[in-house]
Design a protein around this ligand. Structure first.
Ligand SMILES: *Cc1c(COP(=O)(O)O)cnc(C)c1O
Length: 381
């Protein structure tokens, strides 16, 4: 039985990558904003419908630079229901994350709870478009404007997501994409900041290159966040395949939705308000009366070589590095705590075959039909 993982990176045919490598060997330019890097930045601007984008080695470094460009200090209000990278980026820049709970439907930060968490030290809101479902962008911006806060979006899941025909990457002061191997569009490792104007992009480009203003001038502290030519080349190749990849993801999501619609205790999360979802994840909630707990289902699938993932469990606020912060107290985060206990992300990726989707569906449905033998518990988990 082949092992199914929650995701599998999109890899175009190797022979199509060779001409790109030939270009690099011919130019002998390996990094530092070379021709392929520039070409990918331009191609992504066109594809995503944004005007200014700066490529990075990964999203975590990009988030650190975003925090620096926005000149944030003190406290930043954010979500506990996410991957830890955003909180790490804040701490790396000596900022204090202040966690507030999420909305039950989208599992994005709940705008109704943001205002109560604002203090004189608050400088920004860092929101995450969880699973690529857009945050309450307008409500968050209204609060930010009222309190003179900046908004930074961790848009790691939101490649290509649009609302009312417009990219959601325009929201807030800056948005950060991840182009990691596990994401919808990948450059092996990679990230990007979407900037509102050419001046901000120029500043970002400087900071990701050791903050070098020119050969002899360095005025602030920078880091090395530059994407190499090999990574950029892979992005250019992958961009040719990404529409087909998202279409295939949509077909997988449609089959899961149809097959699981009437399964008692299994609830598929809604696609959110966007008109162009990217189907980066397929999260379901596992609740009574489903015969297994979420962890029971997770273990049962694992025993059948289906590696679903509990995104996001544990919560960021459960990690030792964060749990002592006052805002990390689980009593203030009931919706996130429940989601961390109930959500399971099922395998979804372009190469997943129809038979494999059926295998996952059958495995999820099977505990409902299982009649326990005498002397045996209804579920081994
Ligand atoms: C993947 C991910 C990141 C980190 O991206 P890297 O490119 O691996 O640094 C940040 N935030 C979220 C929500 C993610 O899922």
């Amino acid at each position: 039985m082949t092992r199914l993982t929650v995701t599998q990176p999109l890899l175009p045919p190797l022979e199509e990558f060779i001409p790109y490598l030939q270009r690099i060997w011919d130019s002998r330019i390996l990094t530092n904003g070379g021709p392929l890097h520039q070409e990918l930045e331009a191609a992504l601007c066109t594809y995503l419908g944004v005007a200014h984008l700066s490529l990075f080695t990964n999203a975590t470094t990009a988030l650190m630079v975003a925090v620096q460009v926005l000149d944030l200090d003190g406290e930043v209000i954010t979500t506990p229901f996410s991957f830890v990278a955003g909180a790490h980026a804040l701490r790396q820049r000596n900022l204090e994350p202040v966690f507030v709970d999420v909305e039950p439907c989208t599992l994005n930060i709940d705008p109704q709870l943001i205002e109560a968490a604002i203090t004189p030290r608050t400088s920004a809101i860092m929101a995450v478009h969880c699973y690529g479902n857009p945050c309450a962008i307008d409500a968050i911006q209204a609060i930010a404007d009222r309190h003179r806060l900046k908004v930074l979006y961790d848009a790691a899941h939101a490649f290509g997501v649009r609302m009312q025909g417009r990219s959601i990457l325009h929201a807030g002061a800056l948005s950060v994409l991840s182009l990691h191997a596990t994401k919808v569009f990948n450059t092996f490792e990679g990230g990007a900041i979407i900037a509102p104007d050419a001046g901000t992009k120029a500043r970002i480009d400087q900071l990701k290159n050791f903050a070098m203003k020119n050969e002899t001038t360095i005025e602030e502290i920078g880091l090395n966040g530059k994407m190499s030519e090999v990574h950029a080349a892979f992005g250019l190749l992958q961009l040719r395949y990404v529409d087909d990849a998202i279409a295939r993801r949509a077909a997988v999501a449609r089959r899961y939705r149809e097959a699981l619609r009437d399964v008692p205790g299994i609830e598929c999360l809604p696609d959110g308000a966007q008109d162009a979802p990217n189907h980066s994840y397929f999260p379901v909630r596992v609740q009574s009366p489903y015969p297994l707990t979420r962890d029971g289902l997770y273990e049962m699938l694992k025993s059948q070589e289906i590696l679903a993932r509990r995104y996001f469990y544990p919560l960021i606020t459960d990690f030792a590095a964060y749990r002592d912060l006052p805002s990390a107290d689980p009593c203030h985060l009931p919706v996130a705590v429940e989601a961390a206990r109930e959500i399971l992300c099922l395998p979804i990726y372009p190469a997943l075959t129809d038979d494999e989707v059926s295998r996952v569906i059958d495995a999820v449905v099977q505990p409902l039909h299982r009649v326990p033998h005498r002397g045996e518990h209804a579920s081994p988990f």
